[in-house]
Design a protein around this ligand. Structure first.
Ligand SMILES: *Cc1c(COP(=O)(O)O)cnc(C)c1O
Length: 385
């Protein structure tokens, strides 16, 4: 058994990342400044969007997106129950009502048919999540959005590298938001990025990410002609710092190289875990022109074939020093959503089916091949004891 605990989702931090952070610390400018500008420019070029606004989390970005679209009390926003709490929490923050639509079991992404069934006269927007890095059926979702005059905000927390049928994720929906949380494919500690092609929204979200004041602090204090600021909106404190952007600049530069490693590791898991009773490997196939970001390798436990629970399985992996994750238990059954919106087991059967069975194995370019074999061995032993 491996001697040390294999942390789930450990980020790969390079020497150049560290040097850039140190450079920021020595520069005396730690807040939102030149490195955030550099990171935004590089990210915009990578995605191919008109605008990119760096924020201090994906959650903050999703909130700003709903805010700029004017979504609030009385409105409904449709999203998936197989997501992190933040996706629906931000809908609640605006005063709107989150409406869940069930997933497709194969892709674990929101099912466009279920989205269309959930639309009412109050529906204003759809927030699809590109689960594990696999792009959603954007043609169907954009078609529904056009027909019902809805906005599409993509939660691309898992999908920095993803493409959908020849188009880069981040250029398709009205607004897309990425996450640079520690476990994500690009890591800035905490951080996120909003992309959009609408200049007016970009400008408003940028202002609102820093209190809604009209000149950002960097321009105010570093330019020769001092400008007093003006509060244009009651904004938020969602700006990214240069310390975070220092990491992001170099993480982004390595993202394609790291994806190759993720793809290679994914293939190793797929090979080594083939034909083992009790587990179903993730369906990682995508259509021509699409690309899966290989953010999460999620097994499904075939509980009908097992004599113990998922909890027990995870416990066994932890006893063998293998960290795991659950992405995700169905959100409509979490306490707040259950109680506030009267959700019950059976409301979204496919999300519940996945939510009860899913287990994410460690998948990070920081891992060595030997780590992967430790995971595989632990999975085999957990299943056979
Ligand atoms: C991580 C995650 C978020 C939140 O990202 P933060 O940057 O931590 O705010 C939102 N949605 C999904 C699907 C996530 O996995």
């Amino acid at each position: 058994m491996r001697p040390d605990f294999l942390v789930f989702g450990a980020p790969l931090i390079g020497e150049e990342d560290i040097a850039e952070v140190v450079d920021t610390l020595r520069s005396g400018w730690l807040g939102t400044g030149p490195k955030v500008k550099r990171f935004e420019a590089a990210f915009k070029a990578y995605i191919g969007s008109e605008h990119a606004i760096a924020v201090n989390s994906c959650t903050a970005g999703l909130h700003l997106a709903l805010d700029v679209l004017g979504i609030g009390p009385g409105d409904e926003v449709i999203t998936t129950p197989i997501t992190f709490a933040a996706t629906a929490n931000v809908i609640v923050h605006t005063g709107a009502t989150p409406i869940f639509a069930d997933i497709d079991r194969q892709t674990q992404n929101i099912d466009p048919h279920q989205v269309e069934r959930a639309i009412t006269s109050r529906t204003r927007a759809i927030i699809p999540v590109h689960m594990a890095g696999r792009p959603c059926d954007m043609d169907a979702l954009m078609d529904i959005a056009r027909r019902y005059h809805l906005s599409v905000i993509e939660d691309a927390a898992h999908a920095t590298e993803s493409w959908y049928k020849g188009r880069k994720i981040g250029t398709i929906g009205d607004i897309t938001v990425f996450s640079f949380y520690v476990t994500k494919n690009i890591c800035t500690g905490e951080g996120g990025m909003i992309t959009t092609n609408r200049a007016d929204w970009a400008e408003e979200m940028r202002l609102k990410s820093l209190h809604g004041i009209s000149k950002d602090a960097w321009k105010r204090y570093s330019s020769a002609d001092f400008q007093p600021y003006e509060t244009e909106f009651p904004g938020y404190k969602y700006n990214m710092m240069d310390i975070q952007a220092a990491l992001g600049i170099h993480q982004l530069a390595r993202v394609t190289e790291n994806l190759k490693i993720r793809e290679h590791y994914w293939d190793i898991y797929n090979q080594e875990l083939a034909g083992i009773p009790g587990i179903i490997r993730p369906n990682g196939l995508v259509e021509t022109g699409s690309l899966h970001a290989r953010h999460l390798y999620t097994l499904l436990l075939d509980t009908a074939q097992l004599s113990y629970t998922r909890h027990e399985f995870i416990q066994r992996l932890h006893e063998r020093n293998i960290g795991t994750g659950i992405h995700f238990t169905a959100l409509h059954l979490h306490k707040y959503y259950r109680e506030r919106f009267n959700h019950r087991p059976g409301d979204f059967p496919d999300a519940e089916w996945v939510g009860e069975r899913t287990v994410s194995l460690p998948l990070s370019p920081k891992l060595a091949i030997a780590d992967l074999y430790d995971v595989v061995e632990a999975v085999r032993l957990a299943l056979h004891t």
